[in-house]
Design a binder for this molecule. Structure first.
Ligand code: 5RP
Length: 260
């Protein structure tokens, strides 16, 4: 590899690499979206083409689908898969109960559908995503284009009911154009600072006509793999409501596979 990876990229790489242990031949695997998930797809691609790993995968975005196909991973639709053994995806934030904010990459709708259709959802992340309370990262809400203004007004009213003040809801843009999701929708981003009750808020936002889905993932993720830039990792798993943490010491050079 020509250039040296930055610290954050090394951490993301490590999380993704450690999570590949959960993928075995014969599995149907949901592939997340984002820079951490891209490392996972790259490593699974190498395991398929060089190591004989035999999997089929359901990507959570057109971006991930393109990458997976390029790397030789066999892609099927979620309907063809029916049910997935595991989905591995990044997150923008996770809290102690493994509630998540997702959607920074704009793929939250497919990500939630795929994760919910999986026996197990694993989040891969660097330590920056570990928060006491969700909300510093702007919550993405996917809305249909029709009636965008009235949907936004209803969202604002609901958020005020919850006690959120000084709302600054932004229609997401990309390269100077309104962002359009893989499902042809828009995204409203709003930084709420402290989301005390993500469970209720997730349900109430989805009750608003025009809201397709929101980026709060509650009771979906059961394992978080945290990567550190030194190649070490931490696996946190929720077992009977308690978090069990395992520290992974890197005894081999985890980065050698990418020439680092
Ligand atoms: C995409 C997502 C991503 O998983 C999330 O934004 C994290 O991305 P990254 O790994 O690039 O930090 O939810 O919709």
């Amino acid at each position: 590899m020509a250039h040296t990876l930055s610290g954050p990229e090394r951490a993301k790489f490590t999380a993704a690499k450690l999570a590949t242990d959960y993928v075995k031949s014969g599995m149907k695997v949901g592939l997340g979206t984002g820079s951490t998930a891209a490392w996972l797809v790259k490593q699974l691609g190498a395991m398929v083409t060089e190591g004989g790993l035999d999997i089929v995968a359901v990507p959570t975005s057109s971006r991930t689908a393109e990458l997976a196909i390029d790397l030789g991973i066999r892609i099927i639709t979620l309907d063809e898969a029916g049910w997935l053994d595991v989905t591995i995806d990044g997150a923008d934030e996770f809290d102690r109960d493994f509630n998540l904010i997702k959607g920074g990459g704009g793929a939250l709708l497919r990500e939630k559908i795929v994760a919910k259709a999986s026996h197990k959802m694993i989040v891969i992340a660097d330590k920056e995503k570990d928060v006491a309370t969700l909300g510093n990262f702007a919550l993405p809400i996917e809305v249909i284009p029709f009636g965008l203004q009235s949907t936004q007004t209803l969202i604002e009213a609901k958020l005020k009911d919850y006690g959120f003040k000084a709302l600054n809801i932004q229609l997401r843009e990309k390269n100077g154009l309104v962002f359009i999701t893989d499902e042809g929708n828009h995204i409203l981003d709003t930084r709420l600072v402290r989301i005390a009750n993500p469970r209720d808020l997730a349900v109430d936002l989805n009750r608003i006509p025009g809201v397709v889905e929101n980026g709060l993932f509650v009771d979906i993720c059961e394992t978080v793999v945290i990567g550190y830039e030194n190649g070490k990792g931490e696996v946190r798993t929720l077992l009977d409501g308690k978090t069990v943490t395992a520290t992974i010491q890197d005894d081999k050079n985890i980065f050698s596979v990418i020439g680092q």
